[in-house]
Design a protein around this ligand. Structure first.
Ligand code: APR
Length: 237
């Protein structure tokens, strides 16, 4: 591969799998136990808020007991060292994950396109707040006092966050890397096509071939904790 300058990295549930956070699809995946329509849509929240809040309360609690793994830590190192190593190049980590393991691994430039477990959004005043506790008992919004808080998670049928920033970063990048995502959910699954159209180099790091594998110039298969640190090491060499 040619030496890149600006890099956009897309991550998915596979990067957090070895930290003990369930992926969504595949054996034992999260959606195996719950129908998406029952917990991850605005309709589900309107129909059965208790079920939805209980599901996200459990996930919010669980992620706080998990630790970043070698893949998160390697990306954070790349994020911190790349500017100096490349003469001013930039790294943006666009994650579909709603855990905070990139940040706890030390990454600085992280964009959560599907929202965050540790954030809540008030349906009454539109404010967002950092939140580590439960929502099931319907606590009041710290800003307006209304009991209208919901998980700050992008549900199916809602528009992911900061799409303009993501496309701008892709337009300014030389390399697009996808890590630990099945390529099943759009618009993230379409980033590789956009990257190819824009002339970026493309690399996939995943346990197995994803639905979008054919679009990548190069695919490396293996567990993220092994292949991500190896790739970062190569780049920083
Ligand atoms: N290392 C690398 N990749 C792994 C590992 C691992 N240890 N374990 C699993 N994978 C791969 C799987 O092979 C799969 O291709 O990670 C991918 C996980 O795919 P999904 O479970 O579909 O997760 P993701 O692609 O992040 O899902 C996208 O779907 O429901 C929504 O909003 C949710 O953000 C999520 C979106």
């Amino acid at each position: 591969m040619r030496r890149p300058r600006n890099i956009v990295i897309l991550t998915g549930a596979g990067i957090s799998a070895e930290s003990g956070i369930d992926t969504f699809r595949g054996a034992g995946g999260l959606w195996e136990n719950h129908r998406v329509e029952d917990v991850a849509t605005p309709d589900a929240f309107a129909r059965d808020p208790e079920l939805v809040l209980r599901f996200y309360d459990m996930r919010r609690e669980a992620i706080q007991t998990r630790e970043p793994n070698a893949a998160h830590i390697a990306l954070a190192r790349l994020d911190r060292e790349w500017a100096a190593r490349s003469g001013g190049g930039e790294v943006l980590i666009v994650t579909q994950n709603v855990d905070d393991l990139h940040e706890r691994g030390g990454a600085l430039n992280v964009l959560h396109m599907h929202g965050e477990h540790l954030s809540v959004w008030c349906g009454a005043c539109d404010e967002r707040h950092r939140w580590v506790g439960a929502l099931l008992h319907r606590p009041p919004c710290p800003a307006c006092g209304e009991a209208a808080l919901r998980p700050d998670i992008v549900w199916f049928g809602e528009v992911p966050y900061r799409m303009d920033d993501i496309y701008q970063a892709l337009a300014a990048a030389d390399l697009f890397v996808s890590i630990g995502t099945s390529g099943a959910v759009y618009p993230a699954a379409g980033f590789v096509r956009t990257a190819r159209e824009l002339g970026l180099q493309t690399l996939e790091l995943n346990l197995e071939r994803s639905q979008g594998s054919a679009w990548f110039e190069e695919t490396r298969l293996g567990p993220a904790t092994q292949i991500v640190p190896e790739w970062v090491e190569e780049l920083l060499r």
